[in-house]
Every structure is written in C-alpha cells, then in structure tokens.
Write a protein that binds this ligand. Structure first.
Ligand SMILES: [Ca+2]
Length: 106
C-alpha cells in the first residue's frame, strides 16, 4: 500500500544539534569580550614601555602610588629642562596646554 504520510510532530531540541555555526557564534561572542581587554592591556604595556618617565614620576597627584589612570595621563605629559632659582630642574608639563604639572629640581 502506498503508505500514509507521517503525521506532523512537534520539533524538539534534538532536532537542532550543536553545529559548527553555533561554535562560531560562541567564538565570535568570546572574541568580542576578549579583544577589548587585550587592546586595553596592550595599550598599558606600550604606555609603560614607551614612557619617558620612571614609574614613580607618573604619580601625578603625589599620593605615593601610580595608578593606571595616571599611567594613561602620562601620555599627555612632556618634560623639559628649566632653570629655577639658579638650579637645573625638570618641568613636567601638559602637552595639551603647556601648563606645569610638576617641577623637580636636583
Ligand atoms: Ca597617584
């Protein structure tokens, strides 16, 4: 007999096995989480390596600790030699407006 068609049934989770597309979606999602963290980490590594200042010099608020915010701020600070009261000093200044951030004399 030419058989009767199978009756329709409800779909279940077993009808949708994990596919490589799902794994790709997970990889993209994790990549979107990890990539910014890696970028920020790389930014700080480059800022530390490329900085003309010692770690302690970047304690801009003088609280005895150099924070990551101060490290980031140091990318906007320059240093130039000056004479102050006949002493050779270094003036740390803001690159955006030239204002003095700190003066250190020897
Ligand atoms: Ca500080």
């Amino acid at each position: 007999m030419a058989g009767t068609p199978n009756p329709p049934r409800a779909l279940s989770r077993a009808d949708f096995p994990e596919t490589s597309l799902t794994r790709l979606g997970i990889a993209i999602f994790l990549g979107l989480l990890i990539a910014p963290a890696l970028f920020v980490g790389l930014y700080f590594v480059v800022a530390i390596v490329d900085s003309p200042f010692a770690w302690s010099d970047m304690d801009w608020n003088g609280d005895g600790r150099t924070s990551f915010a101060e490290l980031a701020q140091s990318t906007d600070v320059g240093v130039r030699p000056i004479l102050q009261n006949g002493k050779e000093c270094e003036e740390f200044f803001s690159l955006k407006d030239g204002l003095t951030v700190r003066v250190r004399c020897r």
